[in-house]
Design a protein. Structure first.
Lengths: 97, 766, 121
């Protein structure tokens, strides 16, 4: 059960996270700074390196701000791609309670 | 679509490219230095080379390659396309055309010539510009070698089997034990450009993982916080260990497209100690990557492929049908647009319209569609039916509506007008500019100029004048012969020209224009003109005219159209192939055309041909013979006359002559020849049509009466019935009667004693 | 879902070969005859990958690639260039213009499909 419900924001990722989406995603994340964030990656069909970079930079930034940055749901494609390119997200994925 | 069809498309395209090439080179020859002209020329050769490569046409590829290289020098301003350079290029264009034809039809090419030109082209590319004064190339051994038409190309046939995408890589990776496979360490650092150019590290890593067993470490050390991140820059880099038996080349191939945009180090890990000694936390990459290829892109089942292909073809057909539909819409719109002004100033409007059409044809940007010729012909046939039907309708209304003022009558007039416009417009679909034929002539001129040592300039005008495709196709041969004749016999040698105060270079001018519903093609040379004394003497020697015949200049000039007439003193290679101007005249007449010559001694000759714009309709004289209605092509008729008893002279059993202005002409009873009646009619009761036919012979054709002149729609008898000797085709008149169109040539031949045998070939119009 | 390929080539022969090869391999193929048309149909075609020739009238391959890369919506599309021989200079110019990869003409169908697979997800 989630303990804090204060100022938690949700960001749903687009199905295609390519070069074009990187800038948009970057802007969206910056706009959500200062709150706990839950990322919904369940709709992702394709994700490129640039968007993974943005998300990981986000995770880093949130960590520095001592706020929570978690993935609520991830699609198979999202999980497989991050795994393939050696980007560890397990610790960011919300675990079932 | 299979390989053969694509090959057919390739050859069609070659023809277009060759035409493009030649016209571009000729423009350059005229001093055009527009870079786009050079580019178009380059592209033409490049495109032929590309296609030829795909079909394994090696001879064509290698010649095109050398040609292209030299053209590239021109394109990059390293070689100035002066007259001597262009001479080589024009010849090369001819050789390229020969090679293309040989590849298509299996003909032979002059190998020595193409070798010679390859040398000349290479010399040009190397900066050796030939001197204008250079003598003719050293005689080369001429060996014509047949080129296999469909020489089995190394790749082509096998090349188009359904592509089998192999997933073997996966299986293979599983089989050999890991320990035995060499392990590579790969350091991969993408640059931002890699992503900007559409490459993607995830895909490269995916392909890499398919080569074997992969462990990966992603270095995120360079990744800044969000504020300082530039979302399209590269921050991640990777260190990868890959156990594969595919070799380093396979790894490099994965990075082939990316290697400029990344730092890449590949090294073989020597022993296991080093391998296990790695400190980096490596993630093994799972094998199940199916999610990354969202679907196998290759359909494996052959049946499925065929279905796809079939449905694709259906799509293409549908598209073509709708395109045709659009075309007809456009046609309707154009006509309704044309109709409005046509009411007031019809001739002016239609002239403007045709001028606009010509302009449109000339501009390259006009969108066009390709339509099956069969479809156009079907449309033309249907419109023919419509015209006939409309005429029949009009006639029956006129018969039943004596006062002729009803609204039905007015509507009918409008219908008639519309029908005619539709007919003209439909005919226009088959119309093509004479440009391709004219372009071919420039090659002919070059060849003859080379053979005769004359210097000739061909000027063409009115290339965009349009005429029915069939006319164009049949025009090439007589035109070729006439051009040869003009250069060989018409133009003088450079020395003689200089002596006569002319420029050393002779000019041949080929012009096309529309004049009163026909196309007029003129071929003018500025040579010596017809040597009338010589022609006259020759005609006397050959018993064509009496020694004391009194002929006008024009009549003498036109003697050259008589069979077997040749003014050249000796038979030359060029025009003396037993083919004379009589053959030219006959082929022009077979097209429903006329030809004549006018000549000015010392100033040259002008041949003028006038041809119908279409072979689907014909201007005919409708006549009656033994209660039958016949149509005689107007082009064949010289004049009509009412014979007087005193002019008819009988001799032999049933031969008769008619005297016309002091000369005698055989009288032919059409009704008798066609077996319409058993005994000859009385000439005095009928009308004589003076016709000219094959070999220029004149005959007076006897018919019973003339009904009038009209344009008729030609219906082939062979398609609907059977071949009938003496009859070229049929038509349906306004009152619904079928009328036969007379084949004047066969009738005249039959009157010379040859009977009309069914197997005798007729020059059926259309 | 079928991958969509936009091919841009002025040669009817090559266009047909591409069409047959790509259709046989299960791609959806959209064709344009030169760079100008290629840019015009971009939106309608919405391709996953583009295969383009270099020498073309109106707008050549280099210009076409630059046009795609400047287009906000379509600049991420991988573009493969058809070159007649492995001409280093042309390849270089194509890369500078923003090409993703290249295929050497006369193309081997397997290699063409392979190259497309390599640059598409």
């Amino acid at each position: 059960m989630a303990s804090k419900k204060t100022a938690q924001k949700t960001l749903s990722l687009a199905p295609v996270l390519d070069l074009n989406e990187a800038t948009a995603l970057h802007e969206k994340l910056i706009a959500l700074k200062g709150s706990d964030i839950v990322i919904d990656a369940s709709a992702v069909e394709r994700v490129g390196t640039l968007c993974v970079q943005v998300l990981m930079a986000g995770a880093k930034t949130w960590e520095e701000d001592h706020l929570s940055f978690t993935f609520s749901k991830v699609s198979d494609a999202f999980e497989k791609t991050t795994q393939l390119i050696g980007v560890e997200i397990d610790h960011l994925v919300a675990k079932e309670i | 679509m299979d390989m053969n069809e694509i090959k057919e498309i390739f050859f069609q395209e070659c023809e277009e490219q060759l035409a493009e090439l030649e016209s571009g080179l000729l423009k350059l020859n005229d001093g055009d230095r527009d870079p786009e002209t050079v580019n178009a020329v380059f592209r033409a050769v490049h495109s032929i080379k590309g296609g030829a490569g795909a079909f394994g046409l090696d001879d064509l590829v290698s010649f095109a390659h050398v040609f292209e290289t030299t053209l590239d020098c021109v394109r990059s301003n390293r070689l100035d396309p002066g007259p001597e350079v262009l001479k080589v290029m024009l010849k090369s264009a001819d050789v390229l055309a020969d090679l293309t034809n040989a590849a298509r039809d299996g003909g032979s090419v002059d190998e020595a010539r193409s070798r010679q030109l390859i040398k000349e082209l290479e010399a040009l590319a190397n900066g050796e510009v030939p001197q204008a004064s250079a003598a003719a190339p050293a005689p080369v051994e001429v060996v014509a070698k047949p080129v296999a038409a469909v020489a089995p190309p190394p790749v082509s046939n096998e090349g188009f089997q359904p592509v089998a995408f192999s997933f073997d890589d996966f299986d293979a990776a599983e089989e050999p034990p890991l320990m035995e496979m060499p392990t590579y360490e790969i350091v991969f650092k993408p640059k931002s450009d890699l992503y900007a150019k559409g490459n993607e590290a995830t895909l490269l890593l995916r392909d890499l993982s398919r080569l074997g067993e992969m462990s990966i470490h992603c270095d995120m050390g360079a990744l800044p916080t969000l504020e300082r991140l530039s979302p399209e820059s590269a921050y991640f880099s990777w260190k990868i260990q890959l156990a594969t038996d595919k070799g380093e080349d396979a790894i490099r191939t994965v990075f082939e497209f990316a290697e400029w945009d990344c730092d890449l180090e590949i090294s073989l890990v020597e022993d296991e100690a080093t391998q296990s000694g790695e400190e980096l936390p490596m993630q093994p990459v799972p094998f199940d990557l199916s999610i990354l290829d969202d679907e196998p892109a290759v359909s494996v089942g052959v049946v499925e492929e065929e279905e796809q292909l079939a449905s694709r073809q259906q799509d293409i057909r549908n598209a073509a049908v709708s395109a045709a539909g659009t075309a007809s819409n456009v046609l309707q719109m154009a006509q309704s647009a044309a109709r409005a002004p046509a009411e007031k100033a019809a001739p002016a409007a239609s002239a403007a319209q045709s001028a606009a059409a010509q302009q449109a044809a000339a501009s390259a940007g006009t969108p066009t569609i390709r339509v099956d010729l069969d479809r156009v012909d079907r449309l033309i046939n249907l419109v023919g039916e419509l015209v006939i039907n409309q005429a029949m309708l009009s006639q029956s209304v006129v018969e039943n509506d004596a006062n002729g003022t009803s609204s039905i009558n007015m509507g009918l007039e409008e219908l008639q007008q519309l029908t005619r416009e539709i007919q003209d417009s439909v005919m226009a679909i088959r119309a093509q500019p004479v440009k391709p034929v004219f372009q071919r002539m420039s090659r002919i001129v070059r060849e003859i100029a080379d053979m005769t040592g004359k210097s000739v300039r061909l000027i063409t005008e009115g290339e965009n004048t349009e005429v029915d495709k069939t006319v164009i196709d049949k025009l090439a041969e007589p035109l070729t012969h006439m051009i040869r004749n003009a250069v060989d016999h018409g133009l003088e040698t450079p020395e003689k020209r200089l002596a006569a105060g002319k420029s050393a270079e002779g000019t041949v001018r080929l012009t096309a224009k529309h004049r009163s519903g026909r196309i007029v093609i003129e071929l003018a040379d500025d040579g010596a003109g017809i040597n009338r004394e010589k022609v006259r003497q020759k005609a006397i020697d050959n018993d064509l005219i009496a020694a004391d015949a009194n002929l006008s200049d024009e009549e003498i000039d036109n003697l050259i159209f008589h069979a077997g007439f040749s003014t050249a003193d000796k038979i030359s290679d060029i025009s003396g192939r037993g083919v004379g101007m009589d053959v030219v005249k006959r082929s022009i007449q077979a097209l429903g055309g006329r030809i004549n010559i006018s000549s000015k001694p010392g100033h040259g000759s002008v041949f003028t041909m006038s041809l119908p714009l279409t072979l689907a309709v014909l201007d005919g004289m409708v006549v009656t013979v033994a209660n039958q209605t016949l149509v005689v092509p107007l082009t064949a008729i010289v004049e009509t006359l009412q014979p007087e008893a005193s002019a008819i002279h009988s001799f032999g059993s049933n031969q008769r002559l008619i005297s016309i202005r002091n000369s005698f002409c055989p009288l032919v009873d059409v009704g008798r020849i066609l077996n319409f009646r058993a005994i000859q009619a009385n000439p005095v009761e009928g009308v004589a049509l003076l016709v000219e036919s094959e070999g220029g012979g004149q005959r007076a054709l006897m018919v019973d009466a003339i009904q009038g002149q009209r344009q008729v729609v030609i219906k082939s008898l062979e398609a609907n019935y059977t071949h009938v000797p003496g009859i070229a085709a049929a038509t349906i008149l306004g009152d619904g009667r079928v009328a036969l169109i007379l084949d004047v040539d066969t009738i005249v031949a039959a009157s010379r004693g040859q009977s009309l045998k069914p197997e005798m070939s007729l020059a059926a119009a259309g | 879902m079928k991958k969509r390929v936009l091919t841009v080539d002025d040669s009817r022969t090559i266009r047909n070969m591409l069409l047959v090869t790509l259709n046989n391999a299960g791609f959806e193929t959209i064709q344009a005859e030169d760079g100008v048309e290629g840019l015009e149909v971009l939106e309608e075609a919405n391709p996953d990958v583009i295969v383009t020739d270099i020498n073309m009238p109106r707008l050549d391959g280099f210009g076409f690639i630059e046009g795609v890369r400047k287009n906000d919506r379509y600049r991420a599309i991988p573009i493969l260039v058809l070159t007649t021989e492995s001409d280093a200079e042309k390849k270089n110019r194509a890369r500078q213009a923003g090409a993703t990869g290249w295929i050497v003409k006369p193309f081997d169908p397997t290699k063409l499909i392979d190259a497309i697979e390599r640059v598409t997800a």
